[in-house]
Design a protein around this ligand. Structure first.
Ligand code: NAP
Length: 263
């Protein structure tokens, strides 16, 4: 299938590692022009090197803390000046800390709001004028399987990410006249740094080994294993492509069948 996104400018947030980096790799393989964005420049440089080795195409990068509105404005401005109008946006972020209701004060809630919800609002606000002029745009908001089934010890994620689903559905209605399609996707359990940290945190809480937690988690997944980040990337890239011309406002999980909810 021709995904039809050759030379389109794709901005991938939180993309120096894990799922974001894998999504960037797939876009590069499809011939899109890719801008990576995250905080640590050394990690970004390593990601650029790795992605170039893998695909023979070099992505661009900008250092950006997505919790800072000014930095997002600068990121979008400099990307369009350098590469042309952005027509694809993948919103992604670091995960909020693990913990239960008693663990977090107002400051922690505010931080999680800025990282996992407000950053998505801000990037979308900045890129929309370019998409509207093009009468073509694709946005994917990456969330978590927690939007369909809450996850133990992750109250910040369980709460904030549902805001992204409301945002996505509402924007799908407002943006359809401009041929801008927006969807949310959610990972179940993919083998990344984040999942290894969460398994470790739960292991400490329960007083067992991280391996035991991983084994237990895999037993809950009908496909019997954690996903490979590229299996998530392919979903994101399809939704952001020309091949997707009629799917908007949806929330789709890639979870190996883990979540048992019907809708
Ligand atoms: P990861 O491997 O830890 O990668 C996180 C990325 O986000 C890094 O590139 C990191 O780079 C960047 N980042 C973090 N805070 C940032 C900030 N303030 N500004 C800009 N970039 C920032 O995590 P992952 O597994 O790919 O997960 C990505 C997201 O999906 C997380 O929100 C996670 O909770 C969620 N998720 C993942 C899974 C899974 O199976 N992996 C499951 C459910 C939900 P810097 O630190 O250099 O900024």
């Amino acid at each position: 299938m021709d995904l039809g996104i050759k030379n389109r400018v794709a901005l991938i947030m939180a993309s120096s590692s894990g799922l974001g980096k894998s999504i960037a790799r797939r876009f590069l393989m499809e011939g899109a022009t890719v801008m990576l964005a995250s905080r640590n420049e050394e990690m970004l440089n390593r990601a650029v090197q790795e992605l170039t080795d893998d695909t023979s195409v070099t992505p661009y990068y900008t250092v950006c803390d997505i919790t800072k509105g000014e930095q997002i404005k600068n990121l979008v401005r400099s990307t369009t000046e350098k590469l042309g109008p952005i027509s694809i946006l993948v919103n992604n972020a670091g995960g909020p800390p693990a913990g239960t209701f008693d663990t977090f004060d107002d400051e922690a809630w505010q931080k999680a709001f800025e990282l996992n919800l407000l950053s998505y609002v801000r990037t979308t606000r900045e890129v929309l004028p370019f998409m509207k002029v093009q009468k073509w745009g694709r946005i994917v908001n990456s969330t978590s399987s927690s939007v369909k089934q809450v996850i133990e010890n992750l109250i910040l994620s369980n709460t904030l990410r549902l805001g992204v689903i409301g945002l996505t559905k509402t924007l799908s209605q407002e943006l359809a006249p401009y041929n801008i399609l927006i969807n949310a996707i959610g990972p179940g359990r993919f083998d990344t740094q984040r999942i290894r940290q969460l398994d470790q945190a739960l292991a400490v809480k329960r007083g067992v080994s991280a391996d035991e937690i991983s084994r237990e988690a895999m037993n809950q997944i009908p496909l019997g294993r954690y996903g490979h980040p590229d299996e998530y990337a392919r979903l994101a890239v399809f939704l952001c492509s020309e091949a997707n011309s009629y799917i908007t406002g949806q929330t789709i999980l890639a979870d190996g069948g883990m979540v048992k909810a019907v809708l």
